[in-house]
Design a protein around this ligand. Structure first.
Ligand code: CO
Length: 297
């Protein structure tokens, strides 16, 4: 009796193994399906949509036939939009959906400017999906400024985004977001790179270092009379409209105007300029290449 029971258990185990193996084999026969997931911080401002639409269009033009999905890393922005009936996925939700839709190879692209906290959270998410094995391959593209080559390309994009009427004696101020994360150092590094060619370009931040008060001191020291200002963020959203160009007394425009400097704010996000978008686009291309053998790129 005991023997019969044991054999039954053994048989059942063998049956399970065969069945499981059957499922696994079926899984591996899934047809290759590549996808791109673009991940931005997000913005609830309507005007910011031009930036996202531009990136979406450029990526689709560069890599035709590969479906493009979107996710926002900012929980607050997603909540705000949900309140207006617009539902944006978190990276986790977007990847779960892509898994459900039988994508096998996914290139995730960070649309952040620097590799700060948001990018590192995204890195953790991508690593978790990789560990789960839900995709055959998943890659993550770096944010705008990552390599030395990126810095040079970004410097060229900055130059291209400056209004043509600006004379070299006028200053150009870029307003980065800024962060408590160590990658905040990228802003000063970019300023160094830019000033090699054009000593009147400055990079400051809203929430990090350098702050506008320091930039003001630098401008005054140089006797600058006029300053163009551009957001150094993918979208011209709340920070650009209010912290940079707003009427409040602590806006960049108010502070510099108060110091006798004429201000010309330009309300355009970096993703509205093709030169910047091309850098993110190159990173997508690199990720698609990393997806490896049989990739159509
Ligand atoms: Co902010």
């Amino acid at each position: 009796m005991m023997l019969v029971k044991t054999s039954a258990v053994a048989l059942f185990a063998v049956f399970c193994l065969i069945t499981m193996d059957g499922f696994a084999a079926g899984d591996h026969e899934r047809p290759r399906k590549e996808g791109i997931l673009l991940v931005a911080f997000g913005s609830s401002e309507k005007t910011a949509q031009v930036s996202f639409e531009n990136i979406d269009r450029k990526v689709k033009e560069a890599y035709p036939g590969i479906p493009v999905r979107w996710a926002y890393t900012s929980h607050i922005i997603r909540e705000k939009l949900a309140g207006k009936g617009k539902y944006l996925d978190s990276p986790e939700a977007a990847l779960a959906k892509m898994q459900d839709q039988n994508f096998t190879h996914v290139a995730v692209q960070s649309l952040h400017t620097i590799g700060g906290a948001e990018f590192h959270d995204l890195h953790r998410t991508v690593s978790a999906f990789r560990a789960m094995g839900g995709f055959e391959k998943i890659t993550l593209g770096y944010p705008l400024m990552s390599t030395r080559e990126d810095m040079e390309k970004v410097a060229a994009a900055v130059t291209a985004s400056i209004p043509a009427e600006r004379s070299k004696k006028d200053a150009v101020l870029l307003m980065g977001h800024g962060t408590h994360h160590p990658s905040n150092a990228f802003y000063a590094a970019l300023m160094f790179q830019l000033q090699l060619d054009d000593p009147n370009i400055f990079v400051g931040t809203v929430e990090g270092y350098p702050e506008v008060d320091l930039l003001k001191q630098l401008l005054l020291k140089k006797g600058i009379k006029k300053a163009y200002m551009l957001p150094f963020m993918s979208v011209a959203g709340d920070h650009a409209k209010n912290d940079m160009a707003g009427d409040e007394e602590d806006s960049w425009v108010s502070i510099l105007t108060g110091a006798g400097i004429k201000c010309v704010p330009v309300l355009k996000g970096t993703a509205e300029f093709d030169e910047y978008v091309a850098i993110w686009g190159d990173h997508v291309g690199e990720s698609l290449r990393q997806l490896g053998e049989g990739s159509i790129h």
